[in-house]
Design a protein around this ligand. Structure first.
Ligand code: PMP
Length: 409
């Protein structure tokens, strides 16, 4: 596939070269988490083996070095999102914590009785439940933006639902169940006409195509390190500076203050004001390495490789008798959700696992999206830039075998 050297990339990912159940691992569970290149493993190892220190405190060489790596990690996160200023990046545990932070601070300060939060029906539970929690507290309303049968959001409905009561639109940049990529820039521009803010969930986007929050004009944008070849437990929230500055603190503690007394406490400037306590320094070391790894690749070629592989996989899966793909809108990322007639999705994933093929089955933390198709569970193969035609062929051959067995019994 083009000039993208997938074999060279695969050599960087040690886990791709292990076996599971006596068979070479075929990792098609990238929607759940991505594998790590050795550059990330080494960066995390180095932090703990010889670079351990807290950051922003302690006048010694290791504190300075750790602080530098930490702040370079922030700059890498800004760069991968196209954010103009690293101080617009708040470190969080992941996408889930990013959304909760915005809901609990911005939401508590800005939502009132009867206000509306538009939540797309494609959202992961992490971009829905935090809004339900704050909506209940503030007596605001959650309004779903419905899906069309092909997995795209219904733009006519969206236009009708937007109004001056809309305060926030919660929108995924790529659905983890349907793979669909909504027109975020257009939807954001429409929301802004009503003065509403837009929070974009980039958990499934950043690893798969170049992101530019400035071009999107997103107010908030969240992603998880572990889905971009980095460690678990670290992620980033981008927020426009004026929004972050106006947000009340979330958690209180060390690092986030300017001065403290029993009479009065004042807070540090953003982003530190929103980062109470010692951060995940080893995680940031790994995230920095992951984002440097990603930006060292030819991103356009990597995206083209994934697009070609997605088209190949879609066509190949269609050849399996009794297989039904869910969500087939053009421009989708490599998320292939499907049902196989006569087999339960969970049992199907178990049978594939016996052959070393890792996929996910279940509700994918997006029950409303599956419910839109009348489903409670489905199987999902999800691709990343290191997957190959051989991976897809292994999956399809295994599915054909499972299908033939199910048909015979
Ligand atoms: N949003 C989407 C679209 C996701 O796929 C996921 C993870 N499956 C999340 C949010 C939540 O990410 P995390 O669990 O890393 O916080």
């Amino acid at each position: 596939t083009g000039c993208f050297d997938v074999e060279a990339v695969r050599r960087d990912f040690p886990q791709l070269h292990r076996e599971v159940n006596g068979r070479p691992l075929v990792w098609l569970d990238n929607g759940a988490t991505t594998l790590k290149p050795r550059q990330v493993v080494e960066a995390v190892g180095e932090h703990y083996a010889s670079g351990t220190s807290n950051v922003h405190r302690g006048a010694h060489a290791l504190a300075k070095q750790a602080t530098q790596i930490y702040e370079e990690g922030r700059a890498e996160a800004a760069k991968v999102l196209g954010a103009p200023d690293p101080d617009e990046i708040v470190f969080v545990r992941g996408t889930t914590e990013a959304v909760n932070l915005v809901a609990q601070t911005w939401g508590r300060a800005n939502l009132g009785v009867g206000d509306e939060i538009l939540v797309s029906a494609a959202e992961h539970h992490s971009n829905l439940v935090p809004w339900q929690l704050i909506a209940k507290e503030r007596r605001a309303r959650i309004v779903p933006v419905p899906l069309l049968p092909d997995g795209q959001l219904d733009q006519d409905a969206y236009r009708d639902l937007l109004g001056f009561r809309t305060k926030l639109v919660a929108l995924t940049h790529a659905s983890n169940v349907l793979g669909t990529v909504p027109p975020v820039a257009e939807m954001t521009a429409l929301a802004h006409r009503y003065g509403a803010k837009v929070l974009v969930d980039g958990a499934q986007a950043v690893a798969h195509f170049p992101v530019d929050v400035t071009a999107l004009d997103a107010d908030f944008y969240a992603f998880s390190g572990h889905k971009v070849f980095g460690p678990t437990g670290i992620g980033a929230l981008y927020g426009k500076r004026e929004l972050l500055e106006a947000m009340p603190p979330w958690q209180g503690g060390g690092n986030m203050i300017d001065s403290v007394s029993f009479d009065e406490t004042s807070y540090a400037p953003v982003p530190h004001r929103l980062e109470a306590g010692t951060g995940h320094i080893g995680g940031v070391a790994g995230l920095r390495a992951a984002l440097r790894y990603l930006s060292g690749l030819d991103r356009r070629a990597a995206t083209a490789h994934e697009e070609q592989l997605t088209a190949y996989a879609t066509a190949a899966l269609r050849t399996v008798p009794g297989l039904r793909l869910i969500g087939e809108a053009p421009g989708k990322i490599g998320v292939l959700t499907f049902l196989l007639a006569g087999t339960d999705p969970i049992a199907l994933a178990g049978a594939l696992d016996q052959q070393g093929i890792a996929i996910r089955a279940g509700h994918h933390c997006a029950q409303p999206a599956l419910a839109a198709y009348g489903l409670q569970a489905a199987a999902r193969a999800s691709l990343a830039l290191y997957n190959t035609v051989q991976d897809v062929d292994s999956l399809v051959a295994a599915l054909q075998g499972i299908q033939a067995e199910a048909a015979a019994s």
